[in-house]
Design a protein around this ligand. Structure first.
Ligand code: NAD
Length: 459
């Protein structure tokens, strides 16, 4: 049994009340987790740490980010094992997606920080220059699907810009954040620069969002929670970044190369058991390719390895959507059932014969469930893709017209003939109900700093 602890001011501690962390692989209890209800001690520790941390040069902070990356890299296998245990994902996904990206988040922002250019704007008679000041204490709240990957995506740029952090991992997946805390203590990161508090969202998460001394909130999670976070933070005039849910379309045009489209769309459907906000859970296929696409897709799906979903409770939600699909007239042509073994296992599920406006095809399920629809023209595909309240991501598969169609999809990110191909400099985020703001490269720098303009009149 792992004892997860909070990290506050460089000290590890638990709370009187703890709760169990359960592995979805076989329902065993793997850790006890503090049920923290107050954020005050973390705020006090962060306030003290801010004095020194914010005065370091950006180069010094880049060196710290590299040291954290080194510390994570040295434990890369351990991170993968913990992440696989906590989330149920296959170990190679945990290693190649989660662990590597967690290291790379620190590495990338260290390099990005060293390359930051002065921002100056000359006038005929004056010079403007921008000073990027830290925002202060920032609250970083993350979900369970890519636990360390998403938390470090926020921590690295926040620290780079001189902020001090109060981070809250998901209560379902606290193990790797705990390891990150241990690594930061081992490498001697100054006390209070990174504080990690564990507990339930409506308790400690809400306290973080409410605390007046926490000046920015970067939140990744569900749209309903995001609404609550926004309602709490907005009257306090906090900086707010919201990375929320999605219901992304994978669009296979009539000139698609099925050699790449089939494995690409399949990976977008079921990687991480479909529990990635960017997953393509609505597959739109041109009618001329529909039959050939479907038979190859189902054939390849037989060989696709997936783990369980995050919890029994989440599996119940997914099963309720499969029932809904049936009541909406859908045909379950693959899967649809629980896998009878201990843990939150469920078959990957493919549903056809539904309207693209049905609830199943427009609401986020966040599991290994896809709906497939056919269309007859690019116009129709675009209309179908845009017919949800979400606007996070999407992919277009086409030899010739990928860009033209991609630009008309109402989403923050669209891939053409690929999926989840990530350059960390580019803007990442959603429109419509998928969120507010962007992360990545300069967008993260902008969020985690206050840009102050100094205008100097020339003699
Ligand atoms: P969730 O909204 O239930 O929880 C996310 C985090 O918020 C958790 O740490 C939780 O404890 C905390 N939280 C809950 N209530 C809170 C409150 N009132 N105040 C502050 N914090 C609170 O989401 P989840 O189930 O953990 O994750 C799945 C969701 O995340 C899906 O909707 C998915 O699409 C979304 N997601 C989005 C992105 C993105 O980049 N847009 C990435 C990954 C996941």
């Amino acid at each position: 049994m792992i004892q997860v602890k909070n990290l506050v001011g460089g000290q590890f501690f638990s709370t009187e009340e703890v709760f169990d962390d359960i592995s979805p692989i076989n329902n065993t209890v793997i850790a006890s987790v503090p049920r923290t209800k107050s954020v005050q001690s973390a705020v006090s520790a962060a306030e003290i740490a801010f004095e020194e941390w914010s005065k370091l040069s950006i180069e010094e902070r880049c060196d710290w980010l590299d040291k954290i990356a080194d510390g994570l890299e040295a434990r890369i296998e351990e991170i993968a094992k913990l992440e696989a245990l906590d989330t149920g994902k296959p170990i190679d996904v945990a290693l190649n997606v989660d662990s590597k990206r967690s290291v790379n988040n620190f590495r990338f922002f260290a390099g990005f920080g060293r390359d930051l250019k002065n921002e100056t704007f000359e006038m005929d008679d004056a010079t403007n220059y921008v000073v990027r000041k830290p925002v202060g204490i920032v609250g970083l709240i993350s979900p369970w699907n890519l636990p360390l990957y998403l938390l470090t995506w926020k921590i690295a740029p926040a620290l780079l810009m001189g902020n001090v952090v109060i981070a809250k991992p998901s209560e379902l997946t606290p193990l790797t954040a705990h390891l990150l805390g241990k690594i930061c203590v081992e490498i001697g990161l100054p006390n209070g620069v990174l504080n990690i508090v564990n507990g339930y969202g409506p308790e400690i998460g809400q306290k973080i969002v409410e605390h007046p001394k926490i000046k920015a909130i970067s939140f990744t999670g569900g749209t309903a929670t995001g609404k609550q976070v926004a309602a709490t933070a907005a009257p306090l005039f906090k900086k707010l970044s919201l990375e929320l849910g999605g219901k992304n379309a994978s669009i296979v045009l009539d000139d698609a190369d099925l050699e790449i489209a089939v494995p690409g769309v399949l990976r977008a459907s079921f990687l991480n058991s479909g529990q990635i906000c960017l997953c393509g859970s609505r597959i739109l296929v041109h009618s001329s390719l529909y039959e050939s696409f479907l038979s190859r897709y189902l054939e390849e799906l037989e060989r696709f390895e997936i783990g369980p979903v995050i919890s029994n409770q989440h599996r119940e939600k997914i099963l309720s959507y499969i029932e809904l699909a049936k009541s909406e007239g859908g045909s379950i042509i693959f899967g649809g059932n629980v896998i009878e073994k201990a843990g939150a296992w469920i078959e990957p599920t493919v549903i056809t014969d539904l309207s693209h406006k049905s609830r199943t095809a427009t609401e986020e399920i966040f599991g290994p469930v896809v709906t497939i629809h056919s269309f007859d023209s690019d116009e129709e595909a675009i209309e179908m893709a845009n017919s949800t309240e979400y606007g996070l991501a999407g992919s277009v598969w086409s030899r010739e017209r990928g860009r033209t169609v991609a630009e008309r999809i109402e989403s923050g990110m669209v891939w053409v003939n690929t999926w989840l191909h990530r350059d960390l400099r580019v803007p990442f985020g959603g429109i419509k109900d998928s969120g507010v703001g962007r992360e990545g490269g300069m967008w993260s720098i902008g969020f985690f700093s206050e840009a102050v303009n100094i205008c100097v009149m020339e003699d």
